[in-house]
Design a protein around this ligand. Structure first.
Ligand code: ATP
Ligand code: MG
Length: 421
């Protein structure tokens, strides 16, 4: 028996690959328009980076990471990156980007790895697009980041998505609120699911977004962070909302959005699709003013988001239908006979040099099958070279879509195609 791909992984090819490439190009153009530069960090990092950067109490660190030691005698532990932010923060500090002009605006497109139960929209290797904005503490930064997320969905043609917005307060107000929340949870402990009984001790905030119905019922009466913001937190949150209104970005305040990661402060948000079932969060992020300090840097504000590419594509497919392979070939050149076969290799080579995307037969197909192939690969034009064409230097070029034909010199083909592009 052959060897299968690891569970929860995918091979990208054909029409889906085209869709991924198009989506990535959309992201890159979008980031250019907003003044964000790409950063690529390693696929694996020291395990401690994620323990500190993602947070010890998160599901990611506790259950989901792919960890390993390499062949070094030092027995260091590494992990495949489970998300994009920690590596970017490490690079920001290690490469002293904080000493450059601020704010620093970065984006990434990266694979990420989590040991989870595979299902629709949930993989063990998936891909993330994300942005990070360092060194800007005002609500303008939050609004810009959310604005980029909103534009992203717009450019992808994704419509049925709602922006859910919340504030978790700064680290001080959250500490106070945590006490209130834990007291409440203790009084309701008997109604909580087993995971939430654990969360109550380790990461009480997460109980708020537990998906178990009985927990949700209990939490409708829970004290909310939004009602316990400090004066400054409130001003910041109001600021963000005013700017979103000004930018004509609709949102719903949702006090139950807490995000999975420990490092968020103040603004948190999720773009949630009603269209792709339970795995509805296509993009989530927020402010994390405590993170860079936590990772050993000078306290530096940060705000950003991460979006799952596979989930974005699921949403795109749902609103636009099946993915189609792109038109990639301008010209198919067929041949009849051995002399023509050799000459055609020369013509094809010249066409390609001139930027005409050209294909010919490589396996000795009959003329009929050559033309079938030209159709199959969706070539825009075609012509066939036989003895006659070799003698006159003229070919009959056919528009494969309309069936229209023109007789032209073979030396004029590239100009002919370019002029019609
Ligand atoms: P979920 O609640 O669905 O597990 P999460 O809170 O773990 O999501 P984040 O850590 O915020 O997700 O990751 C950012 C984005 O990456 C998510 O919004 C989602 O689109 C995507 N994502 C997360 N885990 C997976 C996965 N296993 N497979 C595919 N996409 C994923
Ligand atoms: Mg998760």
């Amino acid at each position: 028996m052959g060897i299968n791909a690891p569970r929860g992984t995918q091979d990208f090819y054909g029409a889906y690959m085209d869709a991924v490439l198009e989506l990535e190009a959309t992201m890159r153009n979008l980031c250019d328009d907003f003044g964000y530069n790409e950063i690529r960090t390693p696929m694996f990092e020291r395990l401690e980076l994620f323990q500190r950067g993602v947070g010890e109490t998160t599901d990611i660190v506790q259950k989901e990471m792919y960890t390993f030691t390499d062949k070094s005698r030092q027995a260091r532990e590494f992990a495949l990156k489970p998300e994009g932010t920690a590596g970017v923060v490490r690079a920001y500090l290690e490469r002293k980007m904080y000493a450059e002009t601020q704010p620093m605006k970065l984006y990434y497109l990266t694979p990420a790895f989590r040991y989870e139960k595979p299902q629709a929209g949930r993989f063990r290797q998936f891909h993330q697009f994300g942005i990070e904005l360092f060194g800007a503490k005002g609500p303008e930064a939050d609004a810009e980041v959310i604005g980029l997320g909103y534009q992203m969905l717009k450019r992808l043609g994704i419509k049925k998505v709602v922006l859910h917005l919340n504030s978790l307060g700064d680290l001080d107000s959250r500490k106070k609120y945590n006490e209130l929340l834990v007291n409440f949870l203790k009084s309701k402990e008997e109604y909580l699911c087993d995971t939430c009984k654990e969360r109550m001790v380790k990461n009480p905030l997460r109980v708020l977004d537990c998906k178990v119905e009985s927990c949700q019922a209990v939490m409708t009466d829970a004290p909310l962070m939004l009602d316990n913001l400090s004066e400054e937190d409130k001003i910041h949150f109001e600021g963000v909302k005013t700017l979103l209104d000004e930018m004509e970005i609709p949102y719903e305040v949702n006090p139950w959005i807490v995000r999975g990661l420990d490092y968020y402060t103040r603004t948190v948000f999720e773009f949630i699709s009603n269209d792709i079932g339970a795995q509805g969060t296509v993009c989530g992020g927020g402010r994390y003013d405590g993170l860079i300090g936590e990772m050993g840097g000078q306290p530096t504000p940060g705000v950003g988001f991460g979006a799952g590419i596979e989930r974005l594509l699921l949403t795109v497919a749902n609103s636009k239908g099946e993915f189609k392979e792109k038109q990639k070939i301008d010209l198919y050149i067929g041949y009849i006979g051995d002399t023509a076969k050799i000459k055609v290799m020369g013509i094809v080579n010249r066409m390609r040099t001139e930027g005409i995307r050209t294909v010919t037969d490589l396996i000795g197909k009959s003329v009929k099958n050559q033309m079938k192939y030209a159709n199959k690969i969706n070539a825009k034009y075609s012509f066939i070279v036989g003895d006659n064409e070799l003698e006159t230097g003229e070919v009959v070029i056919k528009d494969m879509e309309t069936g229209e034909r023109d007789t032209i010199l073979v030396t004029a083909v590239s100009e002919y195609i370019s002029s019609k592009k």
